[in-house]
Write a protein that binds this ligand. Structure first.
Ligand code: NAP
Length: 526
């Protein structure tokens, strides 16, 4: 059950204190019951002052700490989340429409990512700057050298997040930036902000971070982004349309604000011709597709949207997926036995419904029609529900809409291909760049060809095979140790990946000079 009392008022945490906005409030709902559970406003908040506070208080305080010390802060944040786990899971169910499993994915993902970056901080140790790569000899002798160093930018990292991961989205970005030494101002999506709000409330209550190191804007960003300047960073997760407008802000362009975009993606799964029905790899493929369709009601940026299978397997795959989808129980996630909840808001439901209609114009129904469903455990007519939908496009090249329009819900299109890895990659590339592509194969030559052909178009490649099946969490799980982001439509960004994700928050500077002058730098000096 939700722990928020009815109509809790969410405040923002800026300038080292909680500030409630004035003016008309935005209401947050339980998407299963449509019950209003909280409201928030950010009107009247002085965003310029909030950013200055972070830059002037949070920045110096973090930079005074070594990586190991910053890592300890992240460890305390991870523990604080873990200690409040049950309460946070209940909030994810109430405000996000998450099943308990979906909620764990978000909340445990948040603490795991913080813990992973805490560990990285420990490994980096008692130092304040990173040396990037080897030293190079620049002159006739080894005396004149060059080296690259990475130091924290002197601004604030503004994080604008999507509605689907209010816990993980907040923490994965914050972990990277804080470890790199930059203060964070986080703005979750308004419709599901209750969970992010509560997490920051816990961090503040536990007094984990130095003043100014973490701020929260719980609602509309107002003119926040107009105050970004050249030492600041904007890391955005959300739709391509919003991304486009943020990239184009005059101050962002004019002052070369560092921007990272994580946007839409029509992630693809490809089944190789060597995978026999009933084999371990076949089962893994089916489990992964159905998990991605139904976990968080398909509202995962990494969820599989397009599935390519050898022509000869098309009917068997359609039947096997239909059977598994038939066992999904859609309803109020607070009810026992429900395996898929609603989408997160009325606006999302409208988007998903219109997306399915667009798909229907160029595809045929295999399962679930256009998503009509009678959910269990909700008052009649209530809730933002859509059932799992499997569509078919027998001619993948003709069905352009499948590769051009992301339906952010429990919707997948099944398509045939010849079995050739290069052809599969060509079809995947019709999606114009993705976060992750998965390929299910046991034959190494096929997998090798698929990796080479898929890599330019995807930020991550997941190889599903019999030998790793028992250890896999599927392609939809983003890991702290591997990069997250993708080219083209996916935004061209890169987050996480250990040290790699920290680069956004650091200036890489080449330093050249006498070897003796560079002696203070960590690492080998000759
Ligand atoms: P969205 O409508 O683009 O909103 C994303 C965030 O941007 C929200 O916090 C929103 O705030 C904020 N925002 C909207 N307009 C803004 C503006 N003019 N200035 C500053 N901030 C603004 O996306 P969404 O509906 O929340 O998320 C769904 C989309 O995100 C999907 O397309 C999905 O593929 C993508 N996504 C991508 C990833 C990834 O890692 N690549 C992960 C998750 C989701 P308000 O809520 O207050 O409007």
């Amino acid at each position: 059950m939700a722990t928020l009392p009815r109509m809790k008022k969410l405040a923002s945490y800026v300038n080292g204190s909680w500030v409630a906005g004035t003016g008309p409030a935005h209401t947050l709902y339980n998407p299963a019951t449509e019950e209003a559970i909280a409201e928030t406003s950010t009107e009247g908040i002085d965003f310029a002052a909030a950013l200055d506070h972070a830059r002037q208080k949070g920045g110096p305080a973090l930079r005074a700490l070594s990586f190991a010390e910053r890592g300890k802060l992240l460890q305390r944040m991870a523990k604080a989340i873990h200690d409040a786990r049950e309460e946070l899971l209940a909030l994810a169910v109430a405000n996000g429409g998450n099943t308990r499993g979906d909620a764990k994915f978000d909340v445990d993902g948040a603490s795991a990512t913080l813990a992973a970056y805490a560990e990285l901080g420990k490994e980096l140790g008692d130092t304040h700057l990173l040396v990037d790569g080897d030293r190079v000899q620049l002159g006739r002798t080894a005396r004149y050298q060059g080296v690259h160093v990475r130091v924290p930018r002197r601004g604030v990292a503004v994080h604008v997040n999507a509605f689907n991961f209010p816990a993980w989205g907040l923490c994965e970005k914050a972990a990277t930036a804080l470890l790199a030494g930059m203060p964070v101002l986080s703005k979750p999506a308004t419709s599901t902000a209750a969970l992010s709000y509560r997490m920051v409330e816990i961090f503040v209550h536990e007094n984990i971070l130095p003043e100014g190191a973490l701020s929260l804007v719980a609602g509309s960003p107002g003119d926040l982004l107009d105050h970004l300047a050249g030492q600041d960073v904007l890391a955005f997760t959300g739709s391509s349309d919003t991304a486009r407008s943020l990239r184009g802000l005059p101050n962002v362009i004019g002052q070369s604000v560092h921007v990272n975009i994580e946007a839409d993606s029509l992630n693809a799964a490809v089944l190789a011709p060597d995978v026999e029905p009933g084999s371990e790899t076949w089962q893994l493929f089916l489990v992964d597709v159905v998990r991605d369709m139904t976990q968080k009601a398909g509202q995962k940026c990494t969820a599989i949207r397009r599935v390519f299978v050898p022509e000869a397997r098309f009917d068997q795959v359609a039947e096997a997926l239909g059977e598994r989808l038939g066992a999904i129980r859609v309803g109020n996630p607070a009810e026992q036995g429900v395996t898929m909840g609603p989408v997160s808001s009325a606006a999302q439901l409208r988007d998903v419904r219109s997306g399915i209609e667009r798909l229907a114009s160029q595809t045929e129904a295999l399962f679930g029609g256009t998503g009509e469903v009678t959910p269990v455990g909700v008052p009649a007519g209530k809730g933002y529900f859509v059932g799992p939908v499997l569509r078919a496009a027998r001619d993948p090249r003709a069905a352009r809409v499948v590769h051009e329009h992301e339906v952010f819900g429990p919707v997948v299109t099944l398509m045939p291909y010849s079995g050739d890895a290069d052809e599969a990659a060509e079809l995947v590339a019709l999606g114009s760049g993705g976060l992750v592509a998965s390929a299910y194969a046991d034959e190494r030559d096929w997998a090798q060809a698929a990796i080479l052909a898929l890599a330019p178009w995807n930020g991550r490649i997941y190889l599903g095979s019999a030998k790793m099946a028992a250890q896999s969490m599927g392609p939809g799980t983003v890991l702290a140790s591997l990069v997250h982001g993708g080219p083209g439509r996916a935004g061209g960004g890169e987050e996480l990946g250990g040290l790699r994700g920290m680069a956004l928050y650091q200036q890489r500077t080449a330093v050249q000079g006498d070897k003796g002058m560079l002696k203070f730098l960590p690492g080998k000096d000759d």
